[in-house]
Design a protein around this ligand. Structure first.
Ligand SMILES: CC(C)(COP(=O)(O)OP(=O)(O)OC[C@H]1O[C@@H](n2cnc3c(N)ncnc32)[C@H](O)[C@@H]1OP(=O)(O)O)[C@@H](O)C(=O)NCCC(=O)NCCS
Length: 352
């Protein structure tokens, strides 16, 4: 193997760490070649090794109730199998080599050493948080006359998310973004750049079609980390059926788990529907600029918007995602002071 293939900067999660320290750990990993169709990890097996992919292509496949689903194809620069190793749990998926390639294999001690290298923890946490979010089972949330499946919005929702935005009426787009037309690709990138702690979003699916019908997000403020700004969008044909109200309840569960105690909403003054939703939890409105009002409501006031069992199920799924900020490697748990680095927030782009 060439020296280049052990260059830590080749691997996404190691690209910002202390180079010297990373080089010596990466040099200690075991090199292994894989042939096409050879299995790297098997779902259900104990997880003792992780892999840095140096070449080739590997497919992550998950089997549930005898149905096999392809999760992802990964190539050079990726890390595989780290979650099971860190959490000391069985493999949640099988990894099969699809194009011959080589990997660097390491054990838990080597993985912990990598993560403890300055600069690596934040990237690793974000990667694991996203993977945990992708692995979250939807929770069914009852509305006035129906029920909808709530799960975290994840990067692979991008196409459906963009299609959902395209299907919104101009009036809804204007109320959501305070400006006409579709949001740019850059804004869509930001809307999908979730870390699930400072920037979180529920994707809401129709239980019948499985189609996405709404998104509710919060974005933690930098100046006061106990406050987050919320933003909602519901497919036009479903307005007025209680979904926005249920979304506020579900968002409050996630926010509370992340140590947020108040939610801010900036709303167009004539947006009666959004104001009506927030009025249910005691909103007091203040003008902020011509045509725009804002309110700050207590997370605790949103408790009664979803029933206790649903809130517990939503809370459990969010807590599982947050475990990535407490991998047992640091003393940090998600709290207002030590959450992972926030993404840049531009008003009316991610937060309105
Ligand atoms: C705002 C929005 C998220 C609300 O979602 P929703 O699913 O319609 O919300 P709900 O059905 O739970 O509640 C809407 C409430 O507004 C009330 N409402 C609707 N239009 C109203 C009006 N013109 N005047 C007074 N109340 C009105 C409804 O009666 C309902 O109250 P109720 O539950 O007491 O009957 C949705 O309308 C939407 O996506 N709008 C476009 C985007 C947007 O405005 N986002 C908010 C900016 S952050």
């Amino acid at each position: 193997m060439s020296v280049m293939s052990r260059d830590p900067s080749r691997f996404d999660v190691l690209s910002e760490g202390d180079e010297e320290q990373l080089c010596s750990i990466v040099a200690s990993l075991e090199q292994r070649k894989y042939a096409e169709e050879e299995v790297l990890f098997t779902q259900g097996d104990g997880a003792t090794t992780f892999a840095l992919v140096n070449g080739g292509q590997f497919e992550i496949v998950r089997t549930d109730d005898a149905v096999q689903r392809s999760w992802a194809l990964v190539g050079p620069g990726s890390i595989l199998g780290e979650m099971g190793v860190l959490r000391q749990r069985p493999r949640v998926a099988t990894v099969i080599c699809r194009q011959p390639g080589e990997v660097l294999l390491g054990d838990r001690t080597q993985l912990v050493a990598l993560i403890e290298t300055p600069g690596v923890l934040d990237r690793m946490q974000l990667l694991i948080t996203t993977r945990l979010a992708e692995d979250t089972e939807p929770v069914l949330v009852a509305t006035r006359d129906s029920a909808f499946a709530f799960r975290p919005l994840v990067p692979r929702d991008r196409d459906a998310f963009v299609a959902g935005l395209k299907a919104l009426s101009n009036r809804s787009l204007y109320r959501r973004f305070f400006t006409g037309g579709q949001p740019s690709d850059r804004i869509v990138d930001r809307l999908l750049a979730l870390d699930y702690i400072d920037h979180f979003a529920w994707a809401v699916m129709s239980p019948d079609s499985g189609q996405g019908v709404a998104v509710a997000r919060y974005n933690r403020e930098r100046s006061d980390r106990t406050i987050a700004e919320v933003a909602f969008a519901v497919a036009d044909e479903l307005h007025g059926r209680g979904l926005g109200t249920a979304m506020l309840g579900a968002l409050a569960v996630a926010a509370r788990t992340a140590g947020i105690t108040r939610l801010r909403a900036e709303v167009l003054t004539d947006n009666a529907a959004m104001r009506a939703v927030l009025d249910k939890v005691g909103a007091i409105w203040e003008p902020v600029e011509p045509g725009v009002v804002e309110t700050l409501v207590d997370v605790a006031a949103c408790d009664r918007l979803v029933d206790g069992a649903t809130a517990a199920a939503l809370g459990e799924s969010v807590t599982k995602i947050f475990t990535a900020t407490n991998l047992g490697l640091t003393s940090s748990a998600p709290s207002p002071d030590n959450s992972t680095a926030p993404h840049p927030v531009t008003r009316h782009e991610t937060s309105t």
